[in-house]
Design a protein around this ligand. Structure first.
Ligand SMILES: Cc1cc2nc3c(=O)[nH]c(=O)nc-3n(C[C@H](O)[C@H](O)[C@H](O)COP(=O)(O)OP(=O)(O)OC[C@H]3O[C@@H](n4cnc5c(N)ncnc54)[C@H](O)[C@@H]3O)c2cc1C
Length: 277
């Protein structure tokens, strides 16, 4: 199938893109890497009257760094992270994740902002950025605001982003050199979307521990008990295993069947073991 006819505009800057988006009141859609949107158009699952192409806006490709944080523009691609062409706040976690995300052709064009805005439940970045406690900068007709990356996604393909807002950048706290991370993606084949994915991070300098599940029948699932156990100084594998079970019990609203629960348990424990080994 082919996409239905649409108008195409390429604004000069983010402010112009915001104006166009606000003027079109739900009739327009932003085009970033196009790796999710173009298939949706071709399948006619989306048929906006106008595409607003933000893929070449320099403001969205910016990066910045200070002692404590790295800021990555929403237009930073998966491949830029994989190739370490942008600063890495995560002691190697983000480049490692990017390498296993889809295929190189998709990674060359797909962007951080597009992935977050789409909020595919099986996508990597929403879970990873929740594990790193990133902040998401957005701009709309009423100005700029910052949202927590932990609960930015509110459901399957649903976020806190208003219809007329654009994701501009992600502000990510730097992990210290003493930090450790673990990552497990369970998928049927290399490059496919995850059936389960888990990110575990412990940073002893900040007393920080977090375990997040992706592909969890909804937005990223923060495993509070496992994160607390991982932040402690005595990290007993048996205690961590029990914490994971408690967190899975508490996630009854996700309605995991027995097979999914096994996958999530395995992913969480694989990620945790990488941290405590
Ligand atoms: C074969 C294939 C395999 C894939 N496998 C994976 C995978 O394993 N894991 C994974 O995470 N992803 C995967 N993807 C998706 C890929 O990562 C996409 O690049 C990503 O989901 C969307 O990013 P994009 O820049 O291409 O966004 P687009 O497709 O351009 O846009 C997606 C949506 O986000 C909106 N949007 C884009 N940018 C912004 C912004 N800055 N502010 C507000 N809204 C915005 C658009 O309007 C649209 O609704 C796969 C894609 C393909 C085609």
């Amino acid at each position: 199938m082919k996409a239905a006819a649409f108008d195409y505009v390429r604004p000069r800057n983010v402010a112009a893109a915001v104006d166009l988006l606000a003027a079109d009141k739900g009739q327009a859609q932003l085009l970033a890497g196009g790796q999710s949107l173009l298939p949706l158009l071709n399948l006619r699952l989306a048929s906006p009257a106008r595409l607003i192409d933000i893929s070449r806006l320099p403001e969205l490709a910016m990066t910045d760094e200070d002692d404590a944080t790295v800021t990555l523009g929403a237009g930073v691609t998966h491949a830029m992270i994989e190739d370490r062409r942008v600063p890495d706040p995560s002691q190697g976690l983000m480049p490692h994740v990017a390498l296993g995300l889809a295929y190189r052709a998709v990674r060359n064009r797909g962007t951080l902002g597009g992935s977050l805005a789409l909020a595919d439940p099986a996508a990597e970045w929403p879970a990873v950025l929740a594990a790193l406690e990133a902040e998401i900068g957005v701009v709309g007709p009423n100005g700029r605001r910052r949202l927590s990356g932990t609960n930015f996604a509110t459901g399957i393909y649903a976020t806190r982003l208003a219809e007329d807002e654009i994701v501009t950048a992600l502000r990510i706290p730097k992990l210290s050199r003493a930090a450790r991370w673990g990552y497990a993606k369970l998928a049927r084949k290399a490059g496919a979307f995850a059936d389960a994915l888990a990110v575990a991070v412990a940073d002893p300098r900040r007393g920080y521990g977090r375990v997040v599940l992706g592909a969890a029948n909804g937005p990223p699932l923060v495993m509070t008990e496992a994160g607390r156990a991982l932040a402690g100084t005595r990290r007993d594998p048996e205690q961590l295993r029990r914490a994971v079970e408690t967190d899975l019990d508490s996630a009854a609203d996700r309605r995991f069947d027995a097979y999914q629960r096994r996958l999530h348990r395995a992913a969480a424990m694989r990620a945790i073991v990488q941290v405590i080994q």
